[in-house]
Design a protein around this ligand. Sequence first.
Ligand SMILES: Nc1ncnc2c1ncn2[C@@H]1O[C@H](COP(=O)(O)OP(=O)(O)OP(=O)(O)O)[C@@H](O)[C@H]1O
Length: 481
Amino acid sequence: MVEDTFLFPPDTDLDLSFTSTTTDRTSLTRTSSLTLSFSFNDRLSAASASATTSSATVLRRPHRSSDPHWSAIRAATALSSDGRLHLRHLKILGHLGTGNLGRVFLCRLRDDHHGGATFALKVVDKDLLNAKKLSHVETEAEILHALDHPFLPTLYARIDASHYTCLLIDYCPNGDLHSLLRKQPGNRLSIRAVRFFAAEVLVALEYLHALGIVYRDLKPENVLLREDGHVMLSDFDLCFKADVAPVFERRSHSPRLTTNSRNRCFCYNNISNKSRFTEHVVAEFVAEPTTAFSRSCVGTHEYLAPELVSGNGHGNGVDWWAFGIFIYELLYGTTPFKGYSKESTLRNIASSRDVRFYINEREELEEGISEARDLIEKLLVKDPRRRLGCARGATDIKRHPFFDGIKWPLIRTYKAPEVRGLVKRSRSLQHVTSHVTHGRRRKWWWKALEYVMRKKGNKYNSITNYSNGNYYHFVNSHKVR
Ligand SMILES: Nc1ncnc2c1ncn2[C@@H]1O[C@H](COP(=O)(O)OP(=O)(O)OP(=O)(O)O)[C@@H](O)[C@H]1O
């Protein structure tokens, strides 16, 4: 959500001025000699080279060919004298938030006269980061570069200019799931909404794992909500990459009999009456990084898996543990091992104490609650070798009765549930394009960027521990990734 109020000076193009007067850093002096470069994602580099190469884009990503974001970028590069896009082509519309690594701004392309394509621009001032955090920036950029999925951000461009690294990604006008949760009565979502969001997150995690990426930072704050209410997982700086060997596994499978019409409709779809009670052998695609291994302790306290807390090394299972905590928090408005301090939370996670549920009368009547609890229990198994998902990834989790009825290949076409505070829009914000000369734009861009980045600049200097909403981010700098 746009955080600050703006002042637009009447006769200038300075559109980055904020009401706050905080300035934490002295002026930077390297802007005069900088070269702005705007490199496209490799897969789309053909499109950046010339405006006439749009067919290459269409061939490579047919599902994105009519995306207004790419159309706007193509149009802007066509107008650029060198056929490339530069920072000055972007108009900053607002400040979306500040993270551990940098600040995120809402922006659009100046010459996008339709005004429909808005973006989020993550701006990292590398001068303010230590080596460890710089490596996190590179990890995030590298991961974003590899992604092509409806529930994950598209990296439209990476701009390295002077001491700034800027990442242009999708803008999510509905904020994050944590803020949405705080708008609900009792901070809890309905089972239907939990199923929707959990299913989409599961599909996003499945895709990441298929690429060998262990996410390590699942929590509602990192689940952003697009304008249509679908999710977009964000924040990839704590990921690590591992090898993955996709396989087709044969599995015998007998359809379940349930009394629930929703389940029955799904289970027996395409299964003839005769074969209802016979076993079927199905080939299933499994791409899970089961050999992934890391010793570094990173993540958010309440979401850390026991093997992560113990520090003896962890793998893909940390994401399935976090997925269990995530579903729990959406259902109950709190996390299951939360203690009165960070240390006691970690002690609860590491202890042999199993997950407990707050059971009330309303809940007992809610359809699907017992399936949800069963799924959570299977995900929050302390021994990762016995935890659901660890051996065969999302394939096994998708089959859990909690998700019965979901037609996975169609999930992106589902309508987001009605949830208080979720505004489903059909188009991004529209703003009037300003017409100024390119020389002025370039000058103001840099002055303004440095001004807003200086503001609260010291925030990034805290090294290992910082408050992040209701959690604490935990990065053990003594351990290597
Ligand atoms: N694509 C986006 N659309 C809308 N808002 C965003 C987007 N990306 C980030 N934000 C907002 O900006 C804030 C800062 O994001 P950022 O990813 O830099 O930090 P973070 O989520 O706190 O994670 P970290 O500090 O671990 O990098 C987020 O909390 C979110 O509110």
